[in-house]
Each structure stands twice: as C-alpha cells, then as structure tokens.
Design a protein around this ligand. Structure first.
Ligand SMILES: Nc1ncnc2c1ncn2[C@@H]1O[C@H](COP(=O)(O)OP(=O)(O)OP(=O)(O)O)[C@@H](O)[C@H]1O
Ligand SMILES: [Mg+2]
Length: 253
C-alpha cells in the first residue's frame, strides 16, 4: 500500500468543477511536483489535502489511516480536523509568518499550543528543536528577528522551519518561490533540495521546471481540474507524451 493514496477527488465551487477526478499516490520519502497552468486546480488540491477545503467526493488515505472518505464521513469536529491536518505541513507562496512574533517564536507557537492539549509532547524541547530547524535553514543569526527584519527568502525559510516543527508526514509547498526574486529563489530551492536529499516526503506545486525535473521523483501535470499526465519527473518534463503537456512545457523552454 502506498504512503499516500488520493482517490477520485472532486471539488466544485458553485457550478465550477475545479477538481474533476484526481487520483495519485506516493511513497514515503518521495517528492512529487505538481505543475500546470493558472487555474488548473493545484492550490485547491493542496488545500483539500490540508483540510482547508472539503472535497465533494473521493478519499484520502495516509499510512494506514483513512483521513477522508466522502462515502463514510460524518461531520468532523474542529479538533478532529486539526488532528488530521497534522499529517501535512503547508508552506505558502506568501510566507504568512505572524508579524508580531520573532523567527523562533513563529516556529514554537503551534507546537506549544499542541503541547497543552497533548501531554506526550515535550514542551521543554520545543525551543531546542526550533533552534535546530533554524540552523538547518541557514538562519542561526536570525533567530530573534521579526519577519519585517528578514528578506523574503529568509522569511520563507522560517516558514519551512515552522511547517517542519510539527513533524508532518508530508510537507506541501504552494509555489514557494513565486514571490521571490531569482537570487532569493535559489536559497529557498537549496533548502528544499536538502530536504529532498534527506528523504523528506514532499508535494511541491511549482513553476520552476528544471527544479521539479531534478528534485522530484514524480511529476503531475494538471490542466482544467484533471491530471493529464503523471510519471517520473524527468520523463514528464523532458519528453511528455501528450500534446497538452507539450504545449504547457513549451512556455518554459
Ligand atoms: N474559494 C473559491 N471559490 C470559488 N472559486 C474558486 C475558489 N478557489 C479557487 N477557485 C477557482 O478554482 C479554480 C482553480 O483554482 P486554483 O487556485 O486551485 O488554481 P491553481 O492551479 O492553483 O492556479 P495558480 O497557478 O494561478 O495558483 C480557479 O478557476 C479559481 O478561480
Ligand atoms: Mg495556486
């Protein structure tokens, strides 16, 4: 059984079918990139995985746990949703750090709140772990800085550390470098590449085609709410089979 199994996910907004019948799976330690033009449903797919949207139908299974199944689910409480959401970490295009907290406090906030509900979390270790993550992100000299004192690339690296602090099974990125200039893009892609080298399981929505080709195992090409083509990233990006994929990739050549 795969680590993550996404089956027949559909999502409508009003009369618009945004996700039509999305199925894919991935193994632990794999990196999947999701590519496709604007409006194809990439963000909506990540939001469904993270319980920020509820699919209209389909199922999501992670490890042995059935996270979501439209045919059996009853209404979930906020607490149940928060628990399910912990399987995934999400890093947004626009960093979304809390402006009133320092870098390290941004990272500690969610684990500290969780430790109040869950006595198995060692509250005293949270800060040490946050510091470790900041070092891993190359930010040992930015621990006590506020977001407005950091460059976009630094803010995004804090956001990645913040997502990792909750030990998600899968780390998801929604265009993590789209708000950055090329110089800062490089430093963020570098830390994502290092995470891939450490076999961090990741789903990355990106327009950085050469990065997707080199770093991910699987590429998924979406268009108008469907997965048009999926497979090994080098095959999909270097030699797509289908005309729609070829047309899309031609913009990046
Ligand atoms: N909350 C919403 N209500 C209504 N329509 C929405 C909502 N969220 C997304 N949509 C629509 O769903 C479609 C897919 O949007 P989505 O943001 O998932 O695309 P995307 O592939 O992430 O695009 P981009 O590359 O521009 O980020 C778009 O037509 C969008 O307008
Ligand atoms: Mg999007």
């Amino acid at each position: 059984m795969s680590f993550l199994e996404v089956k027949n996910i559909k999502k409508n907004f009003g009369n618009t079918e945004v996700l039509k019948d999305i199925s894919f799976d991935m193994d632990k330690g794999q990196v999947v990139s999701v590519i496709g033009s604007s409006g194809s449903g990439k963000t909506t797919l990540l939001r469904c995985l993270n319980f920020l949207e509820t699919p209209d139908s389909g199922s999501i299974r992670i490890k042995d746990e059935l996270l979501f199944d439209s045919s059996v689910n009853t209404a979930l409480s906020e607490k149940e949703i928060r628990k399910k959401r912990l399987h995934f970490g999400l890093v947004f295009q626009s960093f979304n750090l809390f402006p009133q907290y320092t870098a390290i406090d941004n990272i500690c906030l969610a684990p500290s709140l969780l430790s109040k509900e869950d006595p198995s979390i060692d509250a005293s270790a949270i800060r040490d772990r946050a510091y470790e993550l900041l070092i891993q992100m190359g930010l040992s000299n930015r621990v006590d800085n506020y977001p407005h004192e950091l460059s976009g690339g630094q803010q995004q690296r804090v956001a990645i550390a913040r997502a990792l602090a909750l030990n998600p099974d899968i780390l998801c990125f929604d265009e993590p470098t789209s708000a950055l200039n090329p110089e800062l893009t490089g430093e963020v892609l570098k830390v994502i590449r290092e995470l891939a080298d450490k076999k961090t399981t990741m789903i990355i929505v990106t327009h950085e085609m050469s990065f997707a080709r080199d770093v991910s195992d699987i590429a998924i090409f979406m268009d108008k709410g469907v997965i048009v083509e999926q497979g090994p990233s080098k095959e999909i990006i270097d030699s797509p089979r289908l005309e729609r994929t070829k047309q899309f990739l031609a913009y990046y050549r």
